[in-house]
Design a protein around this ligand. Structure first.
Ligand code: PLP
Length: 354
């Protein structure tokens, strides 16, 4: 059965990527081995790792003075690794609070440092990104670029006098960004880069010196930088899948992917804004192009819609339990046909079909 998968993560992967992985599963490039079986010290795997990094550097235009690390532990481990490695001068971290993932990052940082919230959109139910200008004298400022549950996104990096750290888990490679405006960017792979297991960390070289000598080896960014992500066994297959995803992006051209994302999100928002049944409550200027929450405003009707959608091969549209309603995640791999199908099902439901 073919379905369109609107999950927030692990999420839809491009069909050509899955087919390529399938074709190479038993015998990778004539080696007689699966990538799953390759030693992480083998030439074949080292080539995969190297190519993944080069593709990322090319597609994201990552300057030489940044390191690219492939770690494990999800974005969640970064909530601890960041303060452990970087909050070492003033033991103080500033945050802009834009919702659920910001709060998890704040809570974990409290184990290592004093945390402050410079701005928050809590007062409007996290339906926007705070606009006030902020200044900081902390060890760094942390922001959540795209808020996966609430459906908001930054469009401009805040300018502060301290290193800027950004969680890009749900919007990495969905739009061009200027890496130089950030000091650390991190993202779990299972939303827009590949499969669960690998976490990407892009970190400015000079920050590697901040790590205290007493930290355990895996928890130190400088360990992974020094060993080019091969200090211990990295998530090999997840890195390989990311390589296939990056090749898929490069083949079409990043610009094509970005345009498709913009058009898909615009089409869904346009529908929701003119609908008399469904709506999205996020401030227009801060709307995410990756995660789009919407609802009828009535729990029963939302449940009916989710059932109707599922009967029409649209799966994982249920909103996060803390937000309710529906959420359509339109990551890079979502085909236009998936958005067309969603629009048609929304329309039919609104017309009274059940
Ligand atoms: C999914 C997500 C996380 C958590 O990622 P894990 O890989 O499950 O740890 C953190 N931040 C954001 C913005 C996310 O979307």
């Amino acid at each position: 059965m073919t379905v369109f998968n609107f999950s927030a993560g692990p999420a839809v992967l491009p069909v050509p990527v899955l087919l390529k992985a399938q074709s190479e599963l038993l015998n990778y490039q004539g080696s007689g081995q699966s990538v799953l079986e390759l030693s992480h010290r083998s030439d074949l795997f080292e080539t995969i790792l190297h190519e993944t990094e080069s593709l990322l550097r090319e597609l994201m235009d990552i300057p030489d003075e940044y390191r690219v690390l492939f770690l494990q532990g999800g974005a969640t481990l970064q909530f601890s690794m960041l303060p452990l490695n970087l909050a070492t001068n003033r033991q103080m971290v500033d945050f802009i609070d834009t919702g659920s993932w910001s709060q998890k990052a704040i809570k974990d940082a409290q184990a290592y440092a004093t945390t402050r919230i410079l701005a928050s959109s809590a007062s409007d139910g996290y339906r926007s990104i705070p606009v006030e200008a902020v200044t900081s004298d902390a060890d760094y400022l942390h922001i959540t670029w795209n808020n996966t549950l609430e459906g908001t996104t930054y469009t401009k990096a805040p300018q502060v006098g301290v290193p800027l750290v950004a969680d890009f888990s749900s919007s990495i490679l969905s739009e061009p960004i200027d890496i130089r405006q950030f000091d650390v960017i991190y993202a779990g792979a299972q939303k827009n880069l590949g499969s669960a297991g690998m976490t990407l960390v892009i970190i400015k070289d000079e920050l590697l010196q901040r790590t205290p000598q007493s930290s355990g080896s895996y928890l130190r960014y400088d360990t992974h930088a020094k060993h080019h992500s091969l200090y211990n066994t990295p998530p090999t297959y997840s890195i390989y899948l990311t390589k296939l995803v990056l090749e898929w992006i490069k083949e079409q051209g990043f610009e094509t992917v970005v345009q498709r994302n913009r058009q898909q999100a615009a089409a869904l928002y346009t529908y929701l804004d003119q609908s008399t049944l469904f709506s999205n409550a996020v401030a227009i200027s801060d709307r995410s192009r990756m995660n789009i929450p919407f609802s009828t405003g009535q729990v029963d009707l939302d449940t009916q819609f989710l059932k109707f959608a599922e009967r029409n091969q649209l799966v994982n549209l249920k909103g996060h339990r803390s937000v309710g309603g529906m959420r359509a995640s339109l990551y890079n791999a979502m085909p236009n046909s998936g958005v067309d199908a969603l629009l048609s099902v929304l329309h039919r439901f609104e017309q009274g079909e059940r």
